[in-house]
Structure formats: C-alpha cells, structure tokens
Write a protein that binds this ligand. Structure first.
Ligand SMILES: Cc1ncc(COP(=O)(O)O)c(C=O)c1O
Length: 424
C-alpha cells in the first residue's frame, strides 16, 4: 500500500492544521454562538459602494481586469495605497510595496525567503496562530518573549536574555515578528517607549522586524501610536522593518488583498517567491479596490467600524462582568482596538478540555494554547466581539460563564464538571 508519509516532504510532514480553522468548521452549526473566528461584522461591508466600484471596472477596463497582472501588483492600487499610508505618516514609493493575496500569504512568504530548517524567529508569547503555522511549515522555530507586566509590549529584559542565550548556543535568529497594534490574540498595544526600545534592540543586533498590522486602523479608544515602520523612517531610517497590511479587517476579508512594505531588495525577493505561488494577486480584486479607494469612502467605513466595535467590546465586557464568577483569577483584557478579548481563568481550568463542554453548551472560543509555539498556557482563551450581535454576545457569555462555573464547582467538590442544561 502507498505510504504517503514517506513521500511527503519534511516541510509537509511538519505542517499542522490550524486549530482555529478546524474550530470554525465545528462552529458553522447555526445554533452555536461562536466567539472563535476573527470575523468582521458583515454590517460593516460597504456593499453598494463596492458594487458600484465593480461596475465601473467592468465598464472601463474589463479586458485588463480579467487578464494576468504583474507579480508586484497593480500600479493604480499601489498609488492609492501610497496615499493611504501617507495619511498615517508613512512615505513610500511603488518599489517599496508588493500587493499580496492578503497578509496570510505574506506570513508564508517571509519565512520562505528567510528561514532555513532550524532557524529561529523571535515572537510574542502568545502570538498569531497563522504565523506559527507558517514558520513551522518551513521547519523554522520560535523564541517566545512574554509581554511585560504593564502589557505594553515585550518584556525587554527577557528579550535580551533569551536572544543572547540563543546566540551563545549558536542558534541562527533571523527576524523578530510582532503585532504591535491590538495583538491577536492578547489585544496588547505596544507603547511608544517599547516600540522605540525594540527598534534600538534590532539596530544593535542587526535584526529585521516584521510588523504585522491588520488591526492598526481598528483603534476605537486612545490616540494612535506611530508604527515601527514610521519610527524607523523618521529616525535612523535603516529600513529594517517589513510591514504587513490587509483589507481584511478594514473593508472585507473576502477580497483577499493585502500589501507588504519594505526596502526594495526585500520586495524583489518576495516577488520571486510569489511568482512560484500564484503569479499575481487577483487582478480584478486589485482594480476593484483601486476604484473603490478613489472614492475616499474607506475612511468613513473605518470610522463606523471602530464605533461599532467599541460598542460591542464595551457590551461584551459588561456581560462578562455580569455573568462570570467574581474571582481574582478570572480576568479579561479591555483592548483599545482590534477584535478580541483574552480571557484568563483559574489555573486548574484547562480550556482545551473545556472547549468540548462549551460546544455542548453551544458556545465556542479559541483555546489559548493554540497561540503558543511551545510550553502553552492552558487556562486562557481568545474571544471575538466583532462578529456576534449583542443578543448573541449576551447569550454566549451567559453560556460560557455557566461552563466556567461548572468547572469551578467540579474542582471544589472533586466531581466531573457538567453544566446544567441551559434550556436555550
Ligand atoms: C495578526 C494577523 N496576521 C495576519 C492575519 C491574516 O489576515 P488576512 O490573510 O485575512 O489578511 C490575521 C487574521 O486574522 C491576523 O490576525
């Protein structure tokens, strides 16, 4: 019999299914209230304006929109994105940019061009599961650095300690991967001081920094903090940042379009990597987006999205306050932006085991352990507040709290946790 494992490459045998995508399948059942995915609220999609932009593409340039395009990306879209970035203080020229099939593609291409098997990257602990998956698929490894107690970015002493130990052991560390704005999963937003400290660290040790920023514009409280890309540009301008952006959270994830900004040599390497993957990003989507961006309406969409998500975040926090048992070891973050809360539970609760009980209660979350490359923490979860309606948030939190209460009672009485029937 054909034994496939011996035929698959080491890379393929190293690939692991995404816990989130597997969970998403499970939670497609309509009666489940899912806080698991990172889905935007579809009410934020500007359907009519996008339809008008698509009509214009068909009317004006159907033939080129249906043709192959360049791997670097559509020039008109790049021009619009350069204006978009300029409003945030980032200066770019077209050769600083490649259009990608959303940022997950960049997350795959960056380790592809930098990592040999066994090479390391430095990342936050916890970090985005899709980044872990991509690095693992190239047999790369991660050095995890925890956040500081203030929750404002890396614990810099730990970073220094872990990095120097790795260097002393002769390990090859290639780049630092961070999500400084409303991190997935923790919601942490890096302070200005931490951003500057990270840049200094990277300069000192000749490291590149990959700044993944899908949630940067989804800030609903506080004032924006300059991106690492911007800080480098305004300071020593050593071009050590690779910035990743996407339309997925600010417009619509179904478009599957994102962009990477970096120094031209890196962009050129990414172009070669992308040629082997998909030749070019969906040409129609790019022209469609260029037409839409010309209307300037995206800024209104982002403002409306932020308002909606602030309201939902507040509501979810209120519901957690109302329904969760009051204990000092049950806490959740209150991020100033993004799509997620990070909920920590008593150390005796294993959210990997509890997920089955939660799904039986018809509520879902992503287990915290999915966001660790190694030595996972088992008593946390990521919950999304952007997708569900308020009615679903209230009911979902109620169900979740009930499962948590049952775990606590079981721990205290030594019995197996069974949540009482909900009747809903
Ligand atoms: C931190 C981070 N990076 C990248 C992605 C991938 O996004 P997309 O491929 O839709 O642009 C996500 C999606 O949720 C994310 O949270």
């Amino acid at each position: 019999m054909l034994y496939l494992e011996s035929l698959y490459s080491k890379n393929a045998n190293n690939m692991k299914k995404s816990v989130i995508r597997e969970l998403l399948k499970l939670t497609q059942q309509p009666e489940i209230i899912s806080f698991a995915g990172g889905l935007p609220d579809p009410d934020t999609f500007p359907v009519q304006d996008l339809q008008a932009a698509a009509d214009l593409v068909f009317a004006k340039q159907a033939r080129s929109a249906l043709q192959y395009g360049t791997t670097e990306g559509d020039n008109e879209l790049k021009a619009e994105l350069i204006k978009f970035e300029e409003r945030q203080g980032v200066r770019l020229s077209p050769d600083n940019m490649i259009i990608v099939s959303a940022s997950q593609q960049a997350l795959d291409m960056i380790p592809k061009i930098f990592l040999d098997p066994g090479d390391y990257i430095i990342a936050e602990r916890p970090t985005y599961v899709g980044a872990i998956q991509a690095v693992q698929s190239y047999q790369g490894r991660m050095l995890g650095v925890p956040s500081s107690r203030d929750g404002d970015g890396f614990d810099m002493e730990e970073l220094e300690r872990r990095y120097l130990r790795a260097k002393n052991e002769g390990l090859s560390v290639k780049y630092i991967y961070v999500i400084p704005d409303f991190q997935n999963p923790s919601g942490v937003c890096w302070s200005l001081a931490k951003r500057k400290a990270l840049l200094e660290f990277a300069y000192k040790h000749d490291l590149l920094v990959v700044e993944d920023a899908p949630y940067r514009e989804i800030r609903f409280l506080g004032t924006p903090i300059p991106s690492l890309y911007q800080l480098d540009q305004e300071g020593e301008n050593r071009s050590i940042i690779i910035g990743m952006k996407t339309f997925s959270k600010i417009l619509a994830p179904g478009l599957r379009v994102g962009w990477v900004i970096a120094r031209p040599e890196i962009i050129q390497k990414l172009v070669v990597a992308k040629q082997a993957v998909d030749l070019c990003t969906n040409v129609f989507s790019q022209k469609w987006l260029a037409e839409y961006l010309k209307t300037g309406k995206i800024y209104g969409v982002i403002a409306h999205t932020c308002e909606l998500y602030r309201d939902k975040r507040d509501f979810m926090c209120d519901m957690l306050e109302k329904h969760m048992p009051r204990r000092s070891d049950i806490t959740w973050t209150k991020p100033e932006g993004g799509l997620f809360l990070w909920l920590s539970l008593p150390s005796f609760i294993d959210t990997d085991e509890m997920i089955h009980k939660a799904v039986a209660e018809k509520v879902a979350y992503v287990v915290g352990s999915a966001f660790y490359f190694d030595e996972p923490e088992h008593n946390a979860m990521r919950i999304n507040f952007s997708y569900s309606s308020k009615v679903q948030i209230e009911e979902g939190v109620r169900r979740l709290a009930k499962v948590v209460k049952a775990e606590i009672v079981a721990h205290e009485t030594g019995r197996t946790a069974v949540a009482a029937p909900t009747g809903v």
